[in-house]
Ligand binder design. Sequence first.
Ligand SMILES: NC(=O)c1ccc[n+]([C@@H]2O[C@H](COP(=O)([O-])OP(=O)(O)OC[C@H]3O[C@@H](n4cnc5c(N)ncnc54)[C@H](OP(=O)(O)O)[C@@H]3O)[C@@H](O)[C@H]2O)c1
Length: 121
Amino acid sequence: MSFSPVVTLVCSDIERYRCRICSAIGDKNIGILTSIQVLITGGNSGVGFGLASQLLNRGTYHVLLGSRSTDKGRDAVKDLQARHESQSDAVELLQIDVTDDDSIDKAAVTVRNKHGKVDVV
Ligand SMILES: NC(=O)c1ccc[n+]([C@@H]2O[C@H](COP(=O)([O-])OP(=O)(O)OC[C@H]3O[C@@H](n4cnc5c(N)ncnc54)[C@H](OP(=O)(O)O)[C@@H]3O)[C@@H](O)[C@H]2O)c1
């Protein structure tokens, strides 16, 4: 189990409370605390893909990999999952074309229903 920077600080400062804090927060909520939700538009190649890979390397981010092409997006997600096997659940495809309002609205609904929030775009 990994901890968010906030939880890690609390746990290392007050080591003896570690288990109490974790059990009080509960695994489910720790999962929410540890996962910083990042949406990367244009994530299937170039700088966006590189950023996705670096964030997965850190282990505390959930990446919504935005791609206008579902085929390219799927390939990119597979590639990232192969590179970061332990983080394979931390990346998913979000179909989005940033020049198309309908596509943006649809992506927003998907994110809202599935995750409820985005921390960083
Ligand atoms: N590369 C650098 O060193 C560098 C440095 C500074 C700034 N930048 C800026 O960073 C941005 C990305 O650079 P890059 O080198 O990574 O470019 P890139 O390789 O051309 O990547 C662009 C990405 O954006 C996607 N994209 C394009 N139009 C889109 C749309 N309407 N909706 C959703 N996704 C779309 C592309 O998807 P498709 O595969 O479908 O085309 C691709 O995945 C650019 O604005 C660039 O000017 C780049």
